[in-house]
Design a protein around this ligand. Structure first.
Ligand SMILES: Cc1ncc(COP(=O)(O)O)c(C=O)c1O
Length: 362
């Protein structure tokens, strides 16, 4: 009998059913933008589109990232972009080299697809950085795909282009591709947003408007891949979603036309909140943390070796939620989000301090 296939994401299920709290620091995306804030008129919408990608949307995305339309596949959020990209790239039994710690739903997806998953470590002691030497050590002639997130979820650490290029060279040598989930890279708020897609033919990239802009509800995601591969993905998509929600495509265009304004707002909030969290961390000797410069999350480690009791106490007594590190395979850590109203972060951190003090001297 073959082993049972992975058919759910424990993290996604927890996030949807158990992560809510008055002070919710378990999130990783900007607070949701309201429809009214988008200055949309009914004339901007229509319900019937069709074909392989709505041209005006594909062109808007292409112009932003300097990618030609033949290399763009739109998808329902980065989640489905990841699923579609990996389904096109991975056959059952293929060897996939996946970062560790990892965003669990993406890992569960590639396991669901029947991949033979191997891992390469991003070590806390090494600042969670991507080490080409470690990838070189783990890669085999059978590796078909190397997967990483940039910024890294859960640590928020940025991988620079020079390092990514080295990963690309390793992949090319064994005939593998590199999938980079860039859903957090927009939190660099660069005037010309970067993408690893331009670093070489072996790169496939996924992203969406979800995290940096508070537009998760639009499900405006995409894949960048070489034209022939992108075409295969569109054809495979006919077996999955077939046709997107056209009103969503139209709304995504409205949102993209206002993206600079949304970015400005997000950057101001994240800068303010990151300073606040850094000041808090300066006061805590019981937490060890790699401090990323960008992004929406940090991933501190408790010295006791298990963040479970802390996460439970925070929820049950202090109405505050963070993500237990066990969801990222590192139980000593917890993920703390800063993309919340500053007052919520302040309140949440006050409660975190109380819970940490209580755990130390109950
Ligand atoms: C690395 C990563 N990829 C994808 C997603 C999901 O993105 P989307 O909401 O666009 O589907 C998340 C959300 O937490 C994520 O952390």
């Amino acid at each position: 009998m073959s082993a049972a296939r992975e058919v759910m994401s424990s993290y996604m299920n927890w996030a949807k059913t158990k992560s809510g709290a008055t002070y919710n620091l378990a999130t990783s995306g900007m607070p949701d933008v309201k429809l009214l804030e988008l200055r949309v008129s009914l004339d901007d919408l229509e319900i019937t589109g069709g074909g392989y990608g709505y041209k005006p949307l594909v062109e808007r995305i292409g112009a932003r990232y300097r990618v030609s339309p033949e290399s763009i596949v739109t998808a329902a959020g980065t989640s489905f972009a990841n699923h579609l990209a990996m389904a096109a790239l991975v056959n059952p039994g293929d060897e996939v080299l996946f970062e560790s710690p990892a965003y669990e739903p993406m890992l569960a997806t590639v396991r669901y697809l029947g991949a033979n998953v191997k891992r390469f470590a991003r070590k806390f002691e090494d600042g969670f950085r991507v080490s080409p030497a470690e990838i070189e050590r783990c890669v085999t002639p059978n590796t078909r795909l190397i997967v990483l997130t940039n910024l890294h979820n859960p640590s928020g650490v940025l991988t620079d282009d020079a390092t990514l290029k080295q990963v690309g060279e390793i992949a090319r040598r064994v005939g593998a591709r590199v999938l980079v989930d860039e859903v957090y890279i927009e939190t660099l708020f660069e005037s010309t947003p970067r993408t690893a897609f331009h670093l070489g033919d072996e790169f496939v990239v996924t992203s969406s408007l979800t995290k940096a802009f508070g537009l998760s509800g639009l499900r405006c995601g995409w894949i960048f891949a070489k034209a022939e591969l992108a075409r295969q993905m569109w054809l495979l998509n006919d077996l999955f979603a077939a046709t997107p929600v056209h009103a969503g495509e139209r709304l995504s265009i409205v949102a993209l036309d206002q993206i600079d304004e949304l970015a400005e707002r997000a950057k101001a909030l994240l800068d303010r909140n990151r300073s606040l969290l850094n000041a808090f961390l300066d006061t805590r000797e019981d937490l060890e943390v790699v401090r990323p410069e960008f992004g929406t999350v940090m991933f501190p480690r408790v010295r006791s070796g298990d963040s479970g009791p802390l996460c439970r106490l925070l929820r049950e007594k202090y109405e505050t939620s963070v993500v237990p590190g066990a969801f990222f395979e590192l139980a000593a850590h917890f993920r703390l989000g800063i993309a919340v109203a500053t007052s919520s972060l302040e309140q949440g951190l006050e409660r975190l301090a109380k819970a940490l003090n209580e755990i130390q001297s109950p």
